[in-house]
Ligand binder design. Sequence first.
Ligand SMILES: Cc1cc2nc3c(=O)[nH]c(=O)nc-3n(C[C@H](O)[C@H](O)[C@H](O)COP(=O)(O)OP(=O)(O)OC[C@H]3O[C@@H](n4cnc5c(N)ncnc54)[C@H](O)[C@@H]3O)c2cc1C
Length: 304
Amino acid sequence: AVAPALSVHCLATSCIAEFGSETQRETWLPEMAETGRPVGMFCLSEPHAGSNPAEMSTTATYDPETDEYALNGEKQWITNGKRGGVAVVFAKVDDEAHDPDDDAITQFLVPADTEGFEVGKKEEKLGLRASDTTGITFDDCRVPAANRLTEPGKGLSAAFRTLTEGRIGIAAQAVGVAQAALDEAKSYAEEREQFDRPISDIQTIRHKLAEMSTDVSAARLLVREACRQAEAGEDYRVAASKAKYRASEAAMSVTNEAIQIHGGYGYTTEFDVERLYRDAKITEIYEGTTEVQKTIIARGVFGE
Ligand SMILES: Cc1cc2nc3c(=O)[nH]c(=O)nc-3n(C[C@H](O)[C@H](O)[C@H](O)COP(=O)(O)OP(=O)(O)OC[C@H]3O[C@@H](n4cnc5c(N)ncnc54)[C@H](O)[C@@H]3O)c2cc1C
């Protein structure tokens, strides 16, 4: 649950670092980087716009008299929704030069104490229960024009660039969950005895652990390769998608087998593998579902 909180904070700081003005960077980044305050939010998804954020309906209407934008709309699934202090909010600009129907999406920095910034209830989730996920409604939420981060029309490509970076973080989260499940399963197999011997002596169990260990190593190597490409300044979009796709699958299968190795005990809340199994699932969904990752990887296959 801590990983997505940190990951989304980093999405917000990345947006400010990459797309913000000198003043915006000086105002927000030192504290956000050093103390983690204010906690950042990344408001892209909406109730009817998930895998295709271009379908968003949140608008930012320019008011020339006050040099402000008025945000109106609803965002969904916002990590850090309850404890966040500043949000990067994606919206379609409505001004003299742009029409919301033109997909004139941009991003704004919106402090959470701005009037009209309304945080909804915390969602009850399968896993990551310590991570607060909420809806956020913008009701004539006014921000100075100086809080805009990108030109109208450039917001969506900016979001995708930031998400590509974030995907490596989610892949790393998945590797962590899978490694933890592997460690738990190994310890349990050494302790649990059936037929007068530890179950770690049974070849079926050993093979399960061999497969789990291989999955974790393969996922970790894909994450490292994506990091290497990113640090080398290469186009790492496909590598980030491969890492997220394979690492989240590994997290699902390794946590599943870890429960199997624990037998009935693994199905209870007394053992951590139950929580790890529930926490693993989300890595196949957020920051782009597995289906979206495969679409990106296939584009890479065809050099598109
Ligand atoms: C716990 C949690 C935290 C989140 N945190 C944030 C956050 O901080 N900020 C934020 O902006 N969002 C956040 N999200 C939203 C998350 O990124 C979306 O849930 C995700 O992008 C999928 O969108 P959706 O839920 O609308 O599913 P949909 O887009 O409706 O997809 C439903 C199904 O259809 C499939 N599908 C859709 N389009 C295609 C296609 N073209 N090809 C093949 N399959 C397709 C999907 O893969 C999926 O299986 C969070 C979500 C959760 C659950």
